[in-house]
Ligand binder design. Sequence first.
Ligand SMILES: *Cc1c(COP(=O)(O)O)cnc(C)c1O
Length: 229
Amino acid sequence: MDIKFIRMPVKENLINLKKTFINSSCLLIAVSKTKPVSILKEAYEAGIRDFGENKVQELVEKQFQMPKDIRWHMIGHLQRNKVKYIAPFVYMIHAVDSLRLLQEIDKQAEKNGRIISCLLQIHIAMEDTKFGFNEEELEFLLSSEEIHQLKHIEISGLMGMATFTENEKQIRSEFSMLKALFEKLRKRDLPDNFNLKELSMGMSGDYLIAQEEGSTMVRIGTAIFGERN
Ligand SMILES: *Cc1c(COP(=O)(O)O)cnc(C)c1O
């Protein structure tokens, strides 16, 4: 998997990328972090309506400058004190990793008269640098009293990032673990604010494996916009 992505027009990259999809109904989120608005507009012109960013300030600035029918996905680690800046417009928050963050999102969503879709980030990688719930923490969340009180969020699914490795077997087993957890949870009696339907897994280097393992949304940057500095 040492494909190097050549900087081609965004539109061509998108067409080529879509051709490789194993599951055509898997949502493509264009990860535009660090890229200028002019490049995002190329993707918009080519039909992209779902954009992913990982920094609050950049997300807010781009949302302001881009068309209003875009669905903005916050895909990065989110600090509680910054939720208020994105709560008015964000479509989905992918990397929720604590009850306290969920409570803050709920509070800010209520202020804005919204229900915000959230994905729980699950720790599937071997690296301990990646955020997310482990199974024990997830059970704790599910059994808490507090989770039931959150009326302005919807837990729409799970998100995970595989280990950064060339080892495809490793990546596949991590995605497969996440899919199994997703299906196991879906069979359970969950709080009312759960509606598990999305599995956000897969990036430029591993989206095909992710799709084979049941991903419903892939977050792809480099393969669309070229390498980041
Ligand atoms: C940057 C990023 C991506 C996209 O990575 P690429 O390898 O450029 O496709 C996906 N998910 C998250 C959480 C990211 O931060």
